[in-house]
Design a protein around this ligand. Structure first.
Ligand code: SF4
Length: 432
């Protein structure tokens, strides 16, 4: 398809909305906010500070490190924005907040309410989620609940990053888009409470407090960095399975139980199922084999791409195909110096991966790549992937889902524009 020359961000967004009328316009803006981040006026930040705060639930998901945020926006930023209304008549759209003081997207205050502007022009209204009552509480040992069990997706998902460090460490092992270890360092340096390893007892106590008062949460995710040798004397599967077993032992069936860890051998993955995990996310990150090896060197060396794929498919025999959901980091396939040079090639490659998995009943999902500056890929690609790539990725995902007549993946809330709550990619906004 021919591309129209555009010189401003507004023209780019308008042209994509015009060229892809079958993709919800809200989803296009959501993808752009996720890849480029958002900034706030001082007044808007004061309003936002009275709502649910950004918890830094796993990575930084910011386009600027803390030390370069002159206004210390990270202390007041909200977890998510709810976009609605405006000249384009946006349906309710939930977007994770990724801070970037230089973003063309700006949240401003107007008469006590907030709105989103793009290059100074009003786009839509912005709402924030009320701070859940339990965020004000602490565990018996004094730890704040927001640190132990934050929620995202407008309250739908409790996010339990029980191990905030990854044992894939340094240039030869860390995935080149990932700032987990760097984020841990900056959180500690900023003096924020940020526990490296959460205890099982703390997590269960926190879930008990949530169970008493919260009605919004429907699922929880247990996750953390990869364990290449042992942690607390345990292998990766045994370390993470303990949390699911303890939560399910106490609150069986209260939430949908999800596990986001490496692709483990079949008999190990079965331990998660036995512990009560319902949905398994062995994150795959990127389809192309050469780029997988270059961008995920630790995963490639310790497990290998072919074995990773085999383990994903093996896991379908344990959980059922619809409940094995590998994540792709949408956009890294275009990151220099490893990525494809043009959108067509990148879409062709990722579509091949979608085709492969969806033809087997496995529905991958995306997290939109945030080019965090303290990563090799973020450093080399501060603008991220082209917005057109993200829009076409939504199109490819939706078309492949329709081709194989797959239901929207479980554990993500309702699908569709105006209903989706999944906040780190717009794939649920286009899902059927
Ligand atoms: S496996 Fe890769 S993406 Fe996952 S935490 Fe480790 S470095 Fe980050």
């Amino acid at each position: 398809m021919a591309t129209t020359a555009v010189s401003t961000r507004t023209q780019l967004v308008d042209s994509l909305i015009e060229r892809y009328p079958h993709i919800p316009k809200e989803a296009i803006v959501k993808e752009d906010l996720l890849r480029a981040g958002v900034c706030f006026s001082d007044e808007a930040l004061e309003v936002a500070a009275t709502f649910q705060s950004k918890s830094y639930f796993i990575f930084s998901f910011d386009l600027t490190p803390f030390e370069k945020m002159e206004g210390q926006e990270y202390r007041k930023a909200p977890e998510e924005l709810c976009l609605e209304g405006g000249p384009l008549g946006f349906r309710r759209t939930i977007v994770s907040v990724r801070l970037n003081p230089s973003s063309p997207y700006r949240v401003v205050e107007d008469g006590g309410l907030c709105a989103l502007e793009l290059e100074g022009a009003r786009l839509c209204g912005v709402g924030f989620r009320d701070q859940p009552a339990y965020y004000a509480k602490r565990l018996a040992n004094g730890k704040p609940l927001i640190e132990v069990a934050p929620n995202i997706e407008w309250g739908y998902l409790i996010y339990l990053t029980v191990y905030r460090i990854c044992q894939y460490f340094g240039k030869e092992e860390e995935c080149k888009f990932c700032d987990m270890n760097e984020n841990y360092r900056q959180q500690i340096q900023a003096g924020r409470p940020y526990t490296a390893v959460k205890s099982v007892d703390d997590v269960v106590e926190a879930m008990g407090i949530i169970a008493e008062s919260d009605t919004a949460s429907k699922a929880y995710t247990i996750t953390g960095g990869s364990v290449t040798s042992q942690l607390a004397g345990l292998a990766e599967v045994d370390f993470y399975a303990r949390y699911a077993a303890a939560i399910e032992g106490r609150y069986a069936g209260r939430w949908i139980s999800k596990m986001v860890v490496q692709a483990l051998p079949k008999e190990e993955a079965r331990k998660f199922k036995d512990a009560g995990t319902q949905i398994y996310h062995p994150n795959f990150e990127i389809w192309d084999s050469g780029k997988f090896a270059a961008i995920c060197p630790g995963k490639n060396r310790y497990v290998g791409r072919d074995e990773w794929i085999k383990r994903i498919l093996d896991a379908t025999e344990i959980f059922g195909a619809s409940k094995v959901i590998p994540n792709f980091v949408g956009g890294i396939e275009m990151a220099k110096p490893y990525g494809f040079a043009n959108v067509d090639e990148a879409i062709k490659s990722t579509s091949e991966g979608l085709e492969f998995f969806m033809s087997k009943g496995v529905t991958p999902r995306f997290t939109t790549w945030c080019p965090e500056p303290n990563t090799e890929l973020g450093d080399a690609n501060p603008e991220g992937a082209p917005l057109e790539y993200h829009v076409r990725l939504l199109e490819a995902w939706r078309d492949t889902q329709a081709k194989y007549r797959l239901a929207a993946p479980p554990g993500y809330g309702d699908p569709g524009a105006g209903r989706a709550v999944f906040s780190v990619s717009a794939f649920m906004d286009v899902a059927q």
